[in-house]
Design a protein around this ligand. Structure first.
Ligand SMILES: Cc1ncc(COP(=O)(O)O)c(C=O)c1O
Length: 468
């Protein structure tokens, strides 16, 4: 059969509440044009994130009853640890409540003020946790390979090490897949060469493993078809010193994360902070049942049928948007389709937040919640001068929750994006009226630059797609 179907069927369903455009207009105003402030029940299709939004399998739900909730030494921890050790090959595994707790604890132990951490691209919480230790997070993305736009630029890394010296780099990272750079994978060749380069300078490599299974699948599809996904995963992690993982992605869990490493001394030093802020090392901020769900979820996320279905869902959405001339990052990764909002809305300057303007327009059009990854997320306002910095890319991420939406949901999304695309030249920009100092996209409030954001009608001409 050529048709790829969801490798599961529904047993429990969650009803969607439908809203009118007027209701959405009111909700949007109340939310300060920031979709993080919306009530989830006012959203029809929620593509804000793929994080913690997966549908769990009946096997995972069944583990809830098996969960051992003992404070210390619960058997769920040992099942969880065995899975992580078996799949990723690390002896020491510390659970945490989510990925950013892993970042805070690991960087708190390893990173000193004035130092540098390198990566293909740091995710926003990763960057913030490095910077909160007074260090700098430096990105070296390499988009030269069309199939592996998540690669790290090895020449730039080498130059940086030569210029700044090993002592200024306590650890180096790679984010798999590269979420902030379009969810693109890094190739096995690139990862292995990066690890070898770091090793030759005695710099530890830590992997941000949030979407490790998806990265491994794309390596299988685009680079090493002869290897199994598990073999690829093992080759990747074998050359690293440790990893941080938000299990809310490829752990197919609604909550959780972990730090894993090889060195017992490092693990011991991390445990102190873990006990202080997350909990005893055999539960680390999670209940026993969460540990069970993650253990099961990691194995499910590595199944070929599941990964193929995931690839085909993302491609289905991307191909139809490509066919309609909507500017996307191509080829898409697995967890999201990224619209290039700068090309979609060329009449808006970065300071007019084209990505956020598009996100608001999609919500008004059809109750779809997407996420801006551009100047709202990464720009800064200088508190003294009031000057704004902008970001190099203005993207809108349509993240695909795992095992949640079907093809007809994506047809609905495609129709909505195309409708907004048809009248894109009438969309207005936004200005920020209130923002915090750090991670502003979560809580900033905005207003339309020209009073009203709605009732933009009309049709405008096409722009082409571009490659990542
Ligand atoms: C690549 C990457 N790293 C780290 C995190 C942080 O994980 P969490 O949301 O579980 O704190 C995320 C979350 O989206 C992510 O995408």
């Amino acid at each position: 059969m050529k048709t790829v179907i969801e490798p599961f069927r529904a047993k429990v369903i969650e009803s969607i509440k439908f809203t009118t455009e007027e209701e959405r207009e009111t909700a949007l105003k109340l939310a300060g044009y920031n979709l993080f402030h919306l009530k989830a029940e006012d959203v029809i299709i929620d593509l804000l994130t793929d994080s913690g939004t997966s549908a769990m399998s009946s096997e995972q739900w069944s583990r809830l009853m098996v969960g051992d909730e003992s404070y210390a030494g619960c058997s769920s921890y040992f099942r969880f640890k065995d899975t992580v050790s078996k799949v990723l090959g690390f002896e020491h595994v510390l659970p945490v409540h989510q990925g950013r707790a892993a970042e805070r604890i690991l960087f708190g132990a390893l990173v000193k003020p004035g130092q540098h951490v390198l990566s293909n691209t740091h995710f926003d919480t990763t960057r913030a946790n490095i910077e909160s230790n007074g260090a700098q997070a430096i990105d070296f993305p390499d988009s030269g390979n069309r199939e592996f736009c998540g690669n790290i630029d090895l020449r730039a890394v080498k130059r940086f090490i030569d210029e700044h010296g090993r002592s200024s780099i306590p650890l180096s990272m790679i984010t798999l897949t590269n979420n902030s750079a379009g969810g693109q994978p890094a190739s096995l060749e690139n990862i292995l060469a990066y690890a070898a380069l770091l090793k030759s300078h005695d710099i530890p490599l830590f992997i941000d493993a949030a979407r490790f299974a998806e990265n491994a699948w794309l390596i299988k599809r685009r680079e090493r078809p002869e290897l199994s996904v598990l073999d690829i995963v093992r080759q990747i992690f074998e050359v690293s010193d440790g990893c941080m993982m938000s299990a809310k992605k490829d752990g197919l869990s609604n909550m959780g994360g972990f730090i894993a490493c090889r060195e017992a001394d490092l693990c011991d030093s991390l445990k102190q902070n873990l006990i202080l802020t997350e909990g005893f090392p055999t539960y680390g901020g999670l209940s026993g049942r969460d540990l069970e769900c993650i253990a099961r979820g990691i194995n499910e996320a590595l199944e070929d049928e599941y990964l193929l279905y995931r690839e085909k869902s993302t491609l289905y959405l991307a191909q139809r948007l490509n066919d309609a001339g909507v500017p996307l990052i191509n080829p898409p990764g697995l967890h999201a389709v990224y619209i290039d909002a700068a090309k979609f809305l060329p009449h808006l300057e970065p300071r007019e937040l084209p990505g956020q303007a598009l996100v608001c327009a999609l919500y008004l059009e059809a109750g779809i919640r997407a996420c801006e990854i551009g100047t709202l997320m990464f720009g800064r306002r200088d508190l003294q001068s009031g000057a704004e910095t902008t970001h190099s890319a203005e993207l809108v991420r349509l993240a695909l929750p795992r095992r949640v939406y079907s093809q007809s949901h994506y047809d609905y999304v495609i129709e909505a994006v195309c409708n907004v695309f048809d009248r894109r030249s009438f969309l207005k920009g936004l200005r920020i009226v209130q923002q915090p100092e750090c991670l502003r996209h979560f809580s900033a409030r905005m207003e339309p630059i020209e009073n009203s954001f709605t009732h933009q009608s009309g049709v405008s001409g096409g722009v082409g797609n571009y490659e990542c």
